[in-house]
Design a protein around this ligand. Structure first.
Ligand code: IPD
Length: 276
């Protein structure tokens, strides 16, 4: 199976690049935008088309595998992780950025076997940078080995987060409260770039020290979790080990910074990805 998963990963890299090319072409066209769970949860024709190309190509190649995709889930397919080899796909992460041609958009392909993440591939469509990692084999960006920042002191940390789809007053109050806590900790600063997967890649490269978010999905975290861990970092749930379906994540270069974030955060509740 070791050789087999490597073959899957090689295919994932080819498809991610091809999907990235589709995104670069689609961004020049007029976009048909609609909304999903909330007015801030966007989807375009391109999201659906790219996911369709990725899944149909993989299904043809690996007919016994299972697939979890952002747009298939939005269309009503169940989002449940079994022991079978499972591909977990976000065709366009940063859809809102894509709609505005704001250049932080990625294709994310994760792969799990027996519910364990085996590899992750994330392609930054406009920068054309490829992030890859396979369990036990290290993390890379365009072939160069990645290493997280070893900073332990939160007062020297750069923190990343994302807003999430809920914008009701209660959610926004908790969201701003959390930001205020981290800015006054104090820390060096906080950034919101509009793509969960690329934010997580910047933890792996050491460009930022921590990431936290409520409301992300399993396809935002699956590939990135392998990349961060293989770069020496920590990826956890706010209340224990990483749970792909919980819609919560904290990632950091060091356990010290991750623990600090856990202690400070006030939670925002979202429905699990694997709800009935
Ligand atoms: C979303 C983006 C956004 C984050 C959401 C994600 P999508 O992914 O990464 O920045 O706040 O939680 O679901 O919808 O653009 O693929």
């Amino acid at each position: 199976s070791d050789k087999c998963w490597q073959e899957c990963m090689d295919v994932a890299v080819q498809i991610a690049r091809r999907a990235g090319q589709m995104v670069r072409e689609a961004v020049k066209q007029e976009k048909r935008v609609s909304t999903k769970s909330t007015p801030a949860d966007l989807v375009t024709e391109a999201d659906r088309q790219v996911e369709e190309v990725i899944i149909s190509t993989l299904r043809e190649r690996f007919p016994s595998h299972r697939f979890i995709g952002e747009e298939s889930s939005a269309a009503g397919e169940k989002c449940i992780l079994t022991d079978s080899p499972t591909w977990i796909i976000d065709p366009i992460d940063g859809t809102c950025n894509f709609v505005h041609s704001f250049p932080m958009v990625a294709v994310s392909i994760g792969f799990a076997v027996r519910k364990e993440l085996e590899f992750g591939v994330i392609y930054h469509c406009f920068e054309e940078t490829l992030y890859t990692a396979r369990k036990g084999h290290g993390a890379f960006c365009n072939g160069l080995r990645l290493q997280v920042s070893k900073e332990k002191d939160v007062s020297k940390a750069l923190i990343l987060t994302e807003i999430g789809a809920k914008r009701d007053p209660k959610t926004l109050k908790i969201f701003s409260g959390n930001i205020e806590k981290f800015l006054s900790a104090p820390t060096h600063g906080l950034r919101i770039i509009g793509s969960s997967t690329l934010s997580l890649c910047y933890i792996a490269t050491g460009a930022a020290n921590a990431y936290y978010q409520y409301g992300l999905h399993c396809w935002d975290i699956a590939a990135a979790a392998v990349i961060i861990r293989e770069a020496g970092g920590v990826v956890i749930d706010t209340s224990g080990p990483l749970d792909l379906m919980s819609r919560r994540v904290i990632a950091a270069g060091t356990q010290e910074i991750a623990s600090f974030i856990v202690q400070q955060l006030e939670p925002i509740s979202y429905e699990r990805d694997d709800h009935d």
